[in-house]
Design a protein around this ligand. Structure first.
Ligand code: NAD
Length: 500
């Protein structure tokens, strides 16, 4: 059986922890490997390596840092397919989708390759007579990243390329459900010439996370995961005096106005609702149909869902794979029953959807695309983040009712409006209380040079991920005021320094 270790100081590290976690092949339900779960001592070892590497990496020239980043980028391109297959084998998503997540992570690496430009500070000459002022951006120190199961390569790459480019050292604590991609990324860093200890991986669960949050040797924590854990991470890290950003869960609404191109909207709802089996923080989970768009749109969605091919992620015919674990699959499926009990209509029952593949797939974590129609805001299917292939359809009478629904939802990660009315779209982007907005684009994930993050319960902290907010998060500014000796310097002055 495959054993999945940690990565500390440039090499695999078994650790002292005796606990192990099972890793599954979600399409068969079989255990495919075991991951070492870090003890507090293992986290200590990672922090010691990262702290020891920090002074050297902080002082490495920008050219040295960028050369390593460019090489890492090349290796990532070269190994993209292999990493995608690794992700698919533990997560269950189809390989082409996994290749897409590697591509989006790669874009952040490419953004980070421009770090010399991004780290330019400011300079003002003669802020006072013969006095100059300037600001510089310095790394924070040792940064930790704690990441979710659903993007085992992309989400870590929202964090570490920028952190490392800024001169920090990094400890990644990936999800224990699909831990292998992180080790492959660590190997590529080593091959790219990154000094030992600059990038470390600690596998584990709550024990490892709590050790990270309390460790005095860690200066900054980036987290992506569910809202209750994000809140816990934010509060605990902040109490321990760390800089922290914690991105949480989502309930993303796609609003369809009656004037929209309904074929485009149906394609988008099906793609964004069921891609990656709905296990995306930017998946559309609530389709908000403004009357009278609902009935026609539902017909178009049904036609499309009937043609979707569900099967193992490694089968090239599959468009949608299984869910990540049996427990998660069962929890997601429970919303079909609770939805019906609370008065929704089960318009498409994903339990009946055929699954490609032979007898091996019998015990896989399958649930096909499901649509619950006539959902109302009191129902659990609306209130909870389901995080699976369940699209809830809410019918509303007007644009204002749609906007109110979105704005009253406690989450504020992503949203989209489908319309051919530019004025309505512009009003929506202005009025909606959500961090990332699509106009006729269902999954508006920002490019690497913008920043990714939601509002309300989808983000705790001030900085979004990557882009300039990422650079800001992983650096501290220092403002310097300098006077070089000049014959005109003027003796003691106890007044508060002002310019003159
Ligand atoms: P999760 O919150 O269960 O786990 C995330 C990380 O926290 C993992 O590394 C896990 O080991 C750790 N963790 C879990 N329970 C913990 C606890 N009690 N104490 C300390 N650490 C703990 O999330 P998940 O199920 O892996 O991922 C799915 C969630 O992530 C969804 O809610 C999804 O919306 C969210 N997500 C959000 C974004 C975003 O950008 N906002 C992106 C991707 C995923």
């Amino acid at each position: 059986m495959k054993q999945i270790a940690h990565w500390i100081n440039g090499k695999p590290f078994d650790g002292a922890g005796e606990r192990r976690g099972d890793v599954y092949d979600p399409s068969t339900g079989a255990v495919s490997g075991q991951v070492n779960l870090a003890s507090v001592a293992d986290v200590d070892a990672a922090v010691a390596a990262a702290r020891a590497a920090f002074p050297g990496w902080r002082d490495a020239s920008l050219s040295t840092r960028t050369r390593v980043l460019f090489k890492f980028r090349e290796l990532l391109v070269e190994h993209r397919q292999e990493i995608a297959e690794l992700i698919s084998s533990e997560h269950g998503k189809v390989v082409s989708d996994a290749a897409g997540e590697v591509a989006r992570g790669l874009e952040v690496v490419e953004f980070a390759c421009g770090i010399p430009h991004l780290l330019k500070g400011g300079y003002s000459e003669n802020v006072s007579t013969k006095v100059d002022a300037y600001s510089i951006l310095q790394p924070v120190g040792v940064a930790a990243g704690i990441t979710p199961f659903n993007f085992p390569a992309m989400v870590p790459m929202w964090m570490f390329p920028v952190a490392i480019a800024c001169g920090n050292t990094f400890i990644l604590k990936p999800s224990e459900k699909d831990p292998s991609a992180s080790l492959r990324l660590a190997e590529l860093w080593a091959e790219a010439g990154l000094p030992d200890g600059v990038f470390n991986v600690v596998q584990g669960d709550k024990e490892a996370v709590d050790a990270i949050l309390q460790h005095p040797g860690i200066d900054a924590v980036s987290f992506v995961g569910s809202t209750p854990i994000a809140k816990y991470i934010y509060e605990t890290s902040a109490r321990a005096g760390k800089r922290v950003q914690a991105l949480g869960g989502a309930k993303n609404h796609m609003v369809v106005l009656p004037d929209a191109d309904l074929d485009l909207a149906a394609d988008a709802a099906v793609s964004a609702g069921f891609g990656s089996a709905g296990e995306r923080c930017m998946a559309i989970s609530v389709l908000t149909c403004v009357d009278p768009a609902g009935d026609e749109l539902m017909e178009k969605i049904k036609e499309r869902v009937a043609r979707l091919r569900v099967g193992p992620g490694t089968d090239e015919r599959s468009e949608m794979g299984p869910l990540v674990t049996r427990e998660h699959r069962d929890k997601v499926a429970s919303y079909l029953e609770s939805g019906v009990r609370e008065g929704a209509t089960l318009a498409i029952d994903g339990r009946m959807h055929p699954v490609l593949g032979g007898p091996d797939t019998g015990d896989g974590f399958w649930l096909g695309p499901t649509v619950l129609d006539h959902v109302t805001p009191e129902m659990a299917a609306y209130r909870d983040e389901i995080f699976g292939p369940v699209l809830s359809v809410v019918r509303v009478p007007t644009y204002d009712a749609a906007l109110e629904l979105v704005n009253e939802n406690p989450y504020g990660n992503g949203t989209a409006i489908f319309t051919n009315d530019g004025g309505a779209a512009r009003r929506f982007q202005n009025e909606v209380q959500v961090g990332m907005v699509g106009v006729n684009v269902p999954i508006p994930v920002p490019m690497a040079y913008y920043s990714f993050g939601g509002w309300k319960n989808s983000l705790f902290g001030d900085s979004h991920a990557h882009g300039m907010e990422g650079v800001h998060f992983y650096t501290r500014t220092k403002a310097i005021t300098a006077r070089w000796l000049d014959p005109s310097h003027g003796g003691v002055n106890l007044g508060f320094p002002t310019s003159g």
